[in-house]
Design a protein. Structure first.
Length: 281
């Protein structure tokens, strides 16, 4: 898909000298749906650079980290141009992910990355380079992206545990609707954690089902949680004692499996340091 799009994108847009350009998002990850936008990430562009308008003027949506340009036709392109003045700030924050190496670091002292920051880091890490190999390699190294999957695996697991406990409390307090929502959030975060252990970093759950399917296609004997995702996401999170016990079983199975993957291994060590080791260890 990258080869099919590289030529048309290069003819449609003129990339600035000294920049790096990546095909990103679901298209680059192999989970795009019919009609999905083509996502492009531009880094290292001059501050005053903007994509050429041509016959189709884009919709410009400024964001904190980037200028976002939406081209609606042939095909629809969603282009993020990362602001140069924010790249160093983001790099400093992202390098803090390496603190995961010390299992005694409290989770509250790990960097807090918001959804857009995770999105940019994930796209920089997994995107397919269209232009500027050297620039992309330099920024991948400066961002410390080798720690991103393990960091995301550990932190989303801890968030899942938090939502699970809150669901138990909500049900005990006579709030079944709140409990149902919280339990669904716990399941979604556990699935994101399991995917991160395999190298798939999701900043949102929009593509969760497709990513689970792709992970199982690569490893049909993957974590029990992934194998049961269809049932769970299809309505299997009604807050009942047996459901809570089932989620705890899936969580334990995931903890046991984490050390078997390159990204899961450091996440498992960190989680053990936070009191979440598999039972019996």
């Amino acid at each position: 898909m990258t080869d099919e799009l590289a030529g048309p994108l290069a003819r449609r847009f003129s990339w600035p000298a000294g920049s790096g350009v990546l095909l990103a998002g679901s298209t680059a990850e192999g989970v795009a749906m019919r009609g999905s936008n083509v996502n492009v990430l531009v880094i290292g562009a001059p501050d005053d650079w903007a994509p050429a308008g041509g016959p189709e003027e884009p919709v410009l949506r400024p964001m904190g980290l980037a200028r976002n340009y939406l081209y609606e036709h042939d095909p629809a392109v969603n282009m993020d141009v990362l602001r140069p003045d924010r790249m160093d700030d983001l790099a400093g924050l992202a390098r803090g992910m390496a603190r995961l190496q010390d299992p005694s670091t409290p989770d509250l002292e790990l960097p807090v990355l918001d959804t857009l920051e995770i999105r940019f880091l994930a796209r920089l890490r997994a995107g397919r380079i269209l232009h500027g190999d050297r620039v992309v390699a330099e920024w991948r190294d400066r961002m410390g992206l080798r720690w991103l999957p393990a960091f995301h695996c550990a932190t989303t697991y801890l968030t899942a545990v938090h939502f699970h406990r809150k669901a138990v409390t909500a049900l005990a307090d006579g709030l079944p609707l709140d409990a149902s929502v919280l339990l669904r959030l716990a399941v979604e975060h556990l699935l994101v954690s399991a995917l991160a252990a395999g190298g798939r970093v999701l900043h949102e759950v929009k593509n969760l089902g497709r990513n689970v399917g792709a992970a199982l296609a690569a490893d049909p004997e993957g974590p029990l949680l992934l194998r049961e995702a269809r049932t769970l996401l299809g309505g299997g999170t009604e807050p009942r004692p047996e459901t809570f016990a089932l989620i705890e079983r899936y969580s334990a199975d995931l903890l046991h499996r984490l050390p078997s993957t390159a990204h899961g291994r450091p996440a498992a060590a960190y989680l053990a340091g936070q009191g979440h080791a598999p039972k019996g260890e």
